[in-house]
Design a protein around this ligand. Structure first.
Ligand SMILES: *Cc1c(COP(=O)(O)O)cnc(C)c1O
Length: 367
């Protein structure tokens, strides 16, 4: 069976280094907010090109904390509208709601699967205060245009970069450094994945940085002095130690993903499929997943399973059609719904063998 994502195989590559790191962690007797988190935050900020990085509990928290931070700073207020793509993973939307803001769902572009610029323009109202861009499937949203629109309308811009660690723009800026603040997840399956939950915020906004530092630690910077009503969201020392080790391999892993993706794009030849469109700039998409659209998606998934190829669906149901959002169930987002009914992800990760990629291509071409 060619697995969709073999996490054991992925992490086995770091086994020796992980064991050494765990040994020193155990010896240190220090588990939370220590040297490992501090070190990783510095490394990840340097990697992304931002002044600051804050390790937090997970990706959802990272998004919510950015918004809560800007509320604390008075730049956002309860009920303000945040524009967000309707086809994102539900976490993006839940985080906006958790922060007491109002998500305004807008359609993506059918070619890039990222938020449509036209749709952003059409949905800006007096209440709009921010745009939450999502670099879905590892491909950067059109940040240059989004930032321009934001400037014209006096809006904040955020990136949900949970699927885009290392994606780099034409101007050589990385995901997380293309807006006021970026949110990352280190969920094990992400391009940079921990061995448990983890997340981070990147920003060059000093006020936001100081504010989130406090909010994420019970509203406290100085022990037992609580200045604001905070929460608890921290990156574990051991996860930070593992992430420091894996960060060194992130660029290589992303290049491997890109080279496999190029192979797929060149050699998959079947009129039943719509492949992701090619970019002029090859590293603005680090292919967190490789999505194909097919009108007979469920049948294709069965066919691939019969040929011992595991697939994934990102995602089967759009947020506005979920039971959790009955108030939105009547809404119609035709592009989003089309994507969700046709999309399927084939295996693409740095631990695949070239022979496995070739098998997948052959099987797909015979469908
Ligand atoms: C994974 C993911 C999240 C949430 O990250 P967690 O660490 O699971 O909370 C948010 N947004 C997107 C686009 C994601 O892929």
């Amino acid at each position: 069976m060619i697995k969709f994502n073999d996490l054991k195989k992925n992490n086995d590559r770091f086994q020796e280094e992980f064991k050494i790191a765990f040994g020193s962690f155990l010896n240190s007797g220090w588990y939370i907010l220590g040297k490992q988190v501090d070190k990783f935050e510095k490394e990840f900020a340097a990697y992304c090109g931002t002044k600051y990085c804050i390790g937090v509990g997970n990706g959802l928290d990272a998004i919510a904390l950015i918004l809560k931070g800007y509320k604390e700073l008075g730049k956002l207020n309860d009920g303000d509208e945040i524009i967000v793509p309707a086809n994102t993973y539900i976490a993006t939307i839940l985080a906006i709601i958790e922060a007491g803001l109002k998500p305004i769902l807008v359609e993506p572009n059918i070619e890039s699967y990222n938020i449509s610029i036209e749709e952003i323009k059409q949905n800006i109202t007096k209440k709009t205060k921010g745009i939450m861009a999502v670099h879905l499937y590892g491909r950067l949203a059109d940040m240059e245009i989004i930032n321009k629109i934001a400037k014209e309308n006096n809006l904040l811009v955020f990136e949900d970069a949970a699927q885009a660690h290392g994606a780099t723009s034409q101007n050589n800026l990385k995901a997380g450094n293309l807006s006021d603040a970026g949110a990352f997840s280190f969920y094990p399956t992400k391009n940079l994945g921990a061995l448990g939950d983890g997340g981070a915020i990147t920003t060059s906004d000093k006020d936001l940085y100081n504010c989130i530092r406090s909010i994420a630690n019970y509203g406290s910077i100085i022990k037992d002095q609580n200045d604001i009503k905070g929460t608890n969201s921290r990156l574990d020392e051991i996860q930070a130690a593992f992430l420091s080790i894996k960060l060194k391999k992130l660029d290589d892993d992303n290049l491997m993903r890109i080279s496999f993706a190029k192979k797929y794009l060149k050699l998959i030849d079947n009129s039943k499929f719509t492949l992701p469109c090619l970019n002029e700039n090859p590293i603005d998409n680090i292919f967190h997943i490789f999505p194909i659209r097919c009108k007979t998606r469920d049948d294709l998934a069965m066919y691939l399973k019969e040929h011992r190829i595991q697939t994934g669906i990102h995602y089967p149901t759009p947020p506005h059609k979920q039971k959790a959002f009955t108030e939105w169930n009547h809404l119609s987002y035709p592009t989003t719904e089309k994507i969700h009914s046709e999309i399927i992800s084939i295996p693409l990760n740095p631990t695949l063998k070239t022979s496995e990629i070739e098998t997948i291509i052959n099987v797909l071409n015979k469908y």
